[in-house]
Ligand binder design. Structure first.
Ligand code: F6P
Length: 365
């Protein structure tokens, strides 16, 4: 290997820059040159946006100071899947084209031997196809949602939970002063990892996640019982994908990897219903994209840098078509095809759900 490229795809997550830093350092240490593809693969597929520097050289000097910064210096996008590149036609219709050949051609033209793809299930699915088409590719698991299979965790998740916890801690005092119910809506797509970890960490009284269909009557009864027992305020954490009927995973699986329905909005509806049913003043707070911003936590920085270094080691050892994963306390490699398009839900009989139940947190069932 002489030259490698890095791509960051999908929603951003704290730690992306730490991965880039780590990949560049580990590559230069081996005498390899590193390049970054701008905005997922749009640096190649959108010459209108990137007429000259769609693939840019990255050096240790350039990336030395970025490890603690949020976002990604390369940019990212949810709109630039080379396998199904969407173009809006003059009549407003949208056509999807397979433009993966252009990725191979652009990297070949620059003598780039291997690609490091940093992303969630959508990006890793693309990485897997590029590998099957003959490119040397290693994936790195990224998402605040923690919904990627075969890795103990993804980077970005710890930071998201830490910030959601800090926000919820602050809501306890205002909710307590006003004897209110406070509903806190958090991201997480079709998985409840962020909600569950935040709720436990921030001493919530109820947590609603997509994996457990909830019954609003049971939730209202739990909150009313707390009030009668002298606990005059309550904190409810709700995952954006929670649903009284459950089953949103089915929608995700049907739609295929990389599909992101616009979620969110459940917090306000839930707050209104709870106010009606309990008679208690209720307010909703949506944390939304705040969970994706800001500096990565120390844990996410370390995970990100371990993943970056491991990806370069994997390439050096001749691997392709794998994702580096955290098999706590170590890092290992798993086949991309075992990860692509598979979602990791919260296990219902696992310790984390049991812990919530033992803490008398209502899960709405
Ligand atoms: O996958 C990360 C994530 O932040 C989800 O938690 C959320 O549903 C989605 O992305 C939001 O996407 P967008 O940034 O396109 O609104």
């Amino acid at each position: 290997i002489r030259r490698i490229a890095i791509s960051t795809g999908g929603g951003d997550a704290p730690g992306l820059n730490a991965v880039i830093r780590s990949v560049v350092f580990a590559a230069e240490k081996r005498g390899w040159e590193c390049f970054g593809i701008r905005e997922g693969f749009n640096g190649i597929l959108r010459p209108d946006r990137y007429p000259v520097d769609g693939i840019t050289k990255l050096t240790m000097t350039q990336v030395d100071h970025i490890g603690h910064l949020g976002g990604t210096i390369l940019g990212t996008t949810n709109h630039g899947n080379p396998l199904k590149f969407a173009t809006t036609m003059p009549d407003g219709s949208v056509t999807e084209t397979d433009r993966s050949g252009e990725i191979h051609a652009a990297l070949k033209a620059m003598d780039i031997d291997a690609l490091v793809c940093i992303g969630g299930d959508g990006t890793l699915t693309i990485a897997n196809v590029l590998h099957q088409q003959g490119m040397r590719v290693v994936g790195i698991p990224k998402t605040i949602d923690n919904d990627l299979d075969k890795t103990f965790t993804t980077f970005g998740f710890d930071t998201a939970v830490a910030f959601a916890t800090e926000c919820t801690d602050r809501l306890h005092s205002t909710a307590g002063s006003h004897q209110r119910i406070m509903v806190v809506e958090v991201m997480g797509r079709y998985a409840g990892w962020i909600a569950l970890h935040t709720g436990i960490s921030a001493n919530a009284h109820a947590i609603l996640i997509p994996e457990i269909p909830y019954d609003i009557e049971k939730l209202a009864t739990h909150l009313t019982a707390r009030d009668r027992a002298g606990h005059h305020y309550s904190i409810v954490i709700v995952a954006e994908g929670a649903n009284p009927l459950g089953g949103e995973r089915v929608l995700h699986e049907k739609a295929g990897a990389g599909y992101v329905e616009r979620l969110g909005g459940i917090g306000e509806n839930l707050a209104q219903e709870l106010q009606r049913k309990t008679g208690k003043e209720t307010r909703a707070v949506v944390l939304g994209h705040l969970l994706r911003g800001g500096s990565p936590s120390a844990f996410d920085r370390v995970s990100a840098m371990r993943f970056g270094a491991a990806a370069v080691r994997a390439l050096d050892e001749g691997h392709s078509g794998i994702m580096v994963a955290l098999a706590y306390p170590d890092v290992n490699y798993v086949a991309l095809e075992e990860v692509a398009g598979r979602m990791k839900s919260v296990p219902l009989n696992g310790d984390i759900v049991q812990t919530a139940r033992d803490l008398n947190i209502c899960l709405g069932d």
